[in-house]
Design a protein around this ligand. Sequence first.
Ligand code: PLA
Length: 456
Amino acid sequence: MASSMLSLASTSPSSSLSLSDNWKVKTKIGGFGNAFVKTKSFGRTTMAVALNVSRFEGITMAPPDPILGVSEAFRADTNDLKLNLGVGAYRTEELQPYVLNVVKKAENLMLERGENKEYLPIEGLAAFNNVTAQLLFGADNPVIQQGKVATVQGLSGTGSLRLAAALIERYFPGAKVLISSPTWGNHKNIFNDARVPWSEYRYYDPKTVGLDFNGMIDDIKAAPEGSFILLHGCAHNPTGIDPTLEQWEKIADVIQEKNHIPFFDVAYQGFASGSLDEDAASVRLFAARGMELLVAQSYSKNLGLYAERIGAINVVCSSSDAAARVKSQLKRIARPMYSNPPVHGARIVANIVGDPALFKEWKDEMELMAGRIKGVRQKLFNSLSAKDKSGKDWSFILKQIGMFSFTGLNKSQSDNMTNKWHVYMTKDGRISLAGLSLAKCEYLADAIIDSYHNVS
Ligand code: PLA
């Protein structure tokens, strides 16, 4: 793990050729031509110079992203049976992308109002920042009433996590972030890129296909005092296994005892249970204890605003004064990275959450989406149970929540799903049920049974 964090500053072979060396190369032979010029010696650099060899020669090909790379492979497959269960993106029963009606209404309103395209402030749209914190904590939550939350609009969940990671790196040097094993693949990238050390706490128990609660508690206890503990607010990705409310209380006890700082990633509020409030219960339980905490939010899934890149980072502080200072520093981190965030998604969220009629429509539509996912989850379980004569218990699928199911298939079995059955999924055995239709459940069950029993 440590090596993966320290490997960032590698030197490429071409880095020994300085800018001035290159300048000399160009001037000596009269600018860019198409001929290769062999073995020239210029001061400290002696090398074969080929003018049409790229200056980026030392850059090697990066591997495809384990999640988004699956969609690329899916697009390249021409088989009619293909099914994309890789990325967590909601599809209709017809397996088409879905733009919420309430989003279209909000966009129409925005057009009618003829809103401008001026820069937003660095911290984002004020109306958005207000409603997003209210949605998360509840409008009457004392942390909001007392101005203890620093909220900054971010580039969706990922960008918001990245801002928080930069804040940790800058103001808590050496502090460790503990992430669950397993977790969403990009968490490790985010902390690596921000140069924040991380380690894992136990979370998933393959034997029970459930939560390793004791392992989790022990590892959080064993972490150096004052660590950041990254928690999935609801619908844990990739396992679909969440702690119960009682377990959340115990997790909060240990975090408080050890003076750790909870750091929630809330990417699925409303998408897990269909209720915005229920899915925020974990975060609110921690806030009610008066703890300082960080929460990254995303509207990719619950409002289907994937490409609008809309989310926020919230830092709950013990005083409004501290919150104001934290917010000022988050802005300072954002300014050189992307200056200020995009306005479109922020306006959509602000319009929907700020209008009682649209808000109700959103909740109804979200229930529909969450309901469709629960429907395919049930049908997949039924199909697996009916078709698999081995006596294997598939009920873990029904116990998992959110848009994913963690099938327990290993890498070779997942490869078989893709290579033989054209079912695209991540290699950790995760399938996105949001990309599955009722009509495809039987086919998927056949693929899973074949891969599980016939591939080791
Ligand atoms: N946090 C978690 C736990 C997530 O699962 C995701 C998205 C995000 C944050 C960030 O999403 P955002 O930046 O779009 O707001 N995970 C997806 C997509 C749905 C992805 O990997 O980017 C997934 O398939 O896991």
